[in-house]
Design a protein around this ligand. Structure first.
Ligand code: PMV
Length: 312
């Protein structure tokens, strides 16, 4: 194939409110994180086959040597199958990502989205955002088991999202920009496990957990209103309340709690874990004046790295 090389990138994402309860139909708020991203470059190859080079995960292999349910292989197979491309083209896929893996920043979904976009464009079938989102959701199911679909939606559209499972994109306005510090525990935490743990709790006592999820849903609605009307300082208290409910769901951890406590003590307006939990990231709401002190305190309390992001 004499096509020109194609490149696509996709940002990371951050869940501000509502993780886990979102799997049970409650709303959640999430935003893209543009400081980190996945980049995929597709180019023609003189060797036959589809050669995948993903140095971040130390993967250098031809497609057919990978199990078909390998998330990267699955993206390629699903896409080429859906577009009825046969035989497969001879290409090189170069995959790079600055999004930490299994940390709650959506690395898997970002790679899927960038790969779907770059490859579909390369083979002359560029897809709409709706199609990209749908294909990326299929791959999320392999990563997560029962994902809500929030990661693929925020990352595909790269916009703030008020997400309800199964509903089309609904974005929200940010009345007044605000700053969030992301603190990474450095502990890789597969979302599938924490989602499975919450499911067990729910199966054993649906009445109790439906009530907890509804409380989270109310917090999310209040948070949306607070963000849209620009009363962002009130968000801190809502973050603290959401974190307490996530602790009840058993998805926090001593490391996450330590960082959340450190952020609050150092002057953050509120803090909570973000994403699947039991590791991965926490977030704290800060003023431009307190950001540095909070960041320092997170590092002193064990954060492997911090990212400051402006939500606007
Ligand atoms: O771990 P992450 O950031 O991919 O977040 C998962 C969010 C959950 O609500 C826990 C699961 C889901 O599919 O929505």
């Amino acid at each position: 194939m004499a096509n020109l090389a194609c490149e696509a990138s996709a940002p990371g994402k951050l869940i501000l409110f509502g993780e886990h309860a979102v799997v049970y139909g409650r709303p959640a708020l999430a935003v893209p994180v543009t400081q980190v991203h996945a980049i995929v470059r597709v180019s023609g190859s003189s060797r036959s086959g589809i050669w995948i080079d993903a140095p971040n995960i130390d993967l250098h292999a031809e497609l057919t040597t990978l199990p078909t349910d390998h998330p990267l292989a699955a993206v390629v197979h699903n896409l080429l199958f859906n577009l009825r491309i046969d035989p497969f083209p001879s290409i090189n896929l170069k995959i790079n990502s600055t999004i930490p893996v299994a940390s709650g920043l959506g690395s898997g979904a970002a790679v899927s989205v960038a790969l779907i976009r770059a490859l579909s464009t390369y083979i002359g079938h560029p897809l709409s955002d709706e199609q990209v989102n749908e294909l990326a959701f299929e791959i999320e199911k392999l990563h997560h088991g029962t994902p809500s679909g929030i990661d693929n939606m925020v990352i595909t559209y790269a916009r703030p999202v008020y997400f309800v499972k199964g509903r089309p994109l609904e974005t929200f306005k940010v009345g007044e920009p605000f700053f969030i510090i992301i603190g990474d525990t450095g502990i890789a935490a597969p979302t599938k496990e924490s989602v499975g743990a919450v499911r067990k709790l729910w199966v054993d006592d649906k009445d109790k957990w439906e009530k907890v999820f509804s409380k989270v849903g109310e917090i999310v609605k209040q948070a949306r209103n607070t963000i849209e009307t620009g009363k962002t300082t009130e968000l801190g208290e809502l973050m603290d309340q959401n974190h307490a409910l996530l602790q009840e769901m058993t998805v926090s951890s001593p490391e996450l709690d330590k960082l959340v406590h450190a952020a609050r003590t150092a002057g953050a307006l509120g803090a909570k874990l973000s994403g699947g939990g039991r590791g991965g990231n926490m977030i704290a709401l800060v003023n431009p004046e307190t950001a540095e002190t909070v960041g320092k305190s997170l590092i002193e309390s064990g954060a492997r790295r911090i990212i400051i992001t402006k939500v606007e």
